[in-house]
Ligand binder design. Structure first.
Ligand code: SF4
Ligand code: SF4
Length: 184
């Protein structure tokens, strides 16, 4: 058992009745996480996606969760107000079965980090820009076991190793690092 420590638990409550599918949350998230910050926006790079079907008229904001190396053995399907949604439609995982929650160029996994970045934000960007108040930010203090937090770069490396194998990734890194040293 790890050591217990006090931790602020951050959560975002989603009020589906208030979401109108404007996708401002997607734009704000992708702009905040662009490098440099706010230099571009592309909803495909957002860590929140609004799932909707034009003919079914329910909008469901879904936050990017953990990277999953393999697909689940089962599938889920939701029926809301009598309208059936796609298989795995509201799953939060960045997994091999679909393109959502992956960087469109590199296919590296995306995960919501609650905008814990510089400059610190009083509320996550998606909450700030949801003018309909469909996203409600909440904080509470809890005693939890100490955990090791993986940075984006570590999650990305893990997914590259899963895809290409450790040896290929190590060889590539060695080659790139040698060429960077030559350039310096
Ligand atoms: S900004 Fe708010 S209302 Fe607009 S799509 Fe996102 S959650 Fe829905
Ligand atoms: S909390 Fe921040 S990182 Fe997470 S979806 Fe909202 S804007 Fe993106």
């Amino acid at each position: 058992m790890g050591e217990k420590k006090k931790k602020i638990i951050k959560s975002i409550k989603i009020d589906l009745d208030k979401c109108n599918g404007c996708r401002a949350c997607e734009v704000a998230c992708s702009a905040f996480h662009a490098a440099p910050k706010y230099s571009s926006n592309n909803p495909a790079r957002s860590r929140i996606r609004v799932i909707h079907e034009p003919l079914r008229d329910v909008y469901v904001p879904v936050y990017a969760g953990e990277y999953a190396k393999a697909e689940c053995l089962g599938r889920d399907k939701y029926v809301i107000d009598g309208k059936e949604y796609d298989e795995c439609g509201f799953c939060r995982a960045s997994c091999p079965s679909r393109d959502i929650f992956k960087e469109p160029d590199s296919a590296l996994p995306l995960k919501c980090d609650m905008c814990e970045d510089d400059p610190p934000q009083e509320k996550p960007l998606c909450v700030q820009w949801c003018l309909n108040d469909a996203l409600i930010y909440e904080e509470r203090e809890e005693e939890v076991e100490e955990e090791v937090k993986l940075e984006d770069v570590e999650v990305g490396m893990e997914s590259m190793i899963d895809k290409y194998g450790l040896e290929t990734v190590m060889d590539t890194l060695a080659r790139i690092s040698a060429s960077k040293k030559d350039e310096a």
